[in-house]
Design a binder for this molecule. Sequence first.
Ligand code: SAH
Length: 345
Amino acid sequence: MKKKIEIKSLNLKELQKFMESIGEKPFRAKQLYQWLHEKQISDWDEMTNLSKSLREKLRERADLIILDPVEIQTSKLDGTKKYLFRLKDKNMIESVLMRYKHGNSVCISSQVGCRMGCRFCASTLDGLVRNLTPGEMLEQIYRIGRDIGERISNVVVMGTGEPLDNYDNLLKFIELLTNEDGLHISQRNLTVSTCGIVEKIRELAEEKLQITLALSLHASSQKKREELMPIANKYDLLEVLGACNDYFKKTGRRITFEYSLVGGVNDSQEDADRLKDLIAGQNCHVNLIPVNPIKERNYVQSDQQVIQSFKDKLEKNGINVTIRREMGRDIDGACGQLRKRYTEI
Ligand code: SAH
């Protein structure tokens, strides 16, 4: 049997070409596109303005359902939901729904596994399996939206994987997600988080998108960053910060710096002092994340009072800081742990 095409990864132009290749009029592509991305139907027969014969052709050549929910955990504390999805090739990925006053936010995975090796992160323990396709990234959002029957207004690419290590698919995903004939999420409501792949940050800046770039900083000295994040051996701290600064200059979008606080490792007043010196005067935002301990490493969370004084130090120096509210504490293993539990069985 011929391999089916990944129809949800195609933009309108590609869909028009595909329609021509199966002997259909290209204008049908737009109708099909809207069924796939705006209405997000789950059965070909719902495409009522397409003929039965065309629907049959499509059924033979493409998969409509590419993710299969295996487990959904719901937090009793704040309604956060964690989804474990099985892909067509049986790989597993995780996504999270967070409910805020300002709307529903979904955190998606960009790869199966990850090869960046950050020391405190569960997603990287077994390395990278493969990149996700644009369709697989989108479908996480579509499935969650359908599950709760509400609109998803914000998307963060902060689940398993390094999005800039899957660059072309990421760009295609952004195009599809923000397209007016699809879910039409505003670029400003999309955040992409990276461990800091300098060439790719620079390439992304040239795209002049209005998305938010979040940099996983996690240390204020080169030496400590190298200890926590292997990618730091490749790119010097100042080089990464320089690329972020250029991103801001090119796009006008302020950078978010993520800083996971690890007890006794990167949470001292000296760490905070150095951080302030590194970024003071920049139009940025710091998001402090109390580390979520994973059983494979012996990292611990910083004390509440240490977290607070770290924050105070930055604030006193005019830096915009928030402490990430822990959502779904009762269901949440660290990022990547739900999937890991399944792959270990
Ligand atoms: N690869 C991307 C996006 C995925 S991780 C990146 O590195 O940014 C999303 C964020 O969660 C990153 O800042 C990452 O460093 C952080 N993170 C991962 N595991 C964590 C843990 N156990 N505790 C706290 N933060 C963690």
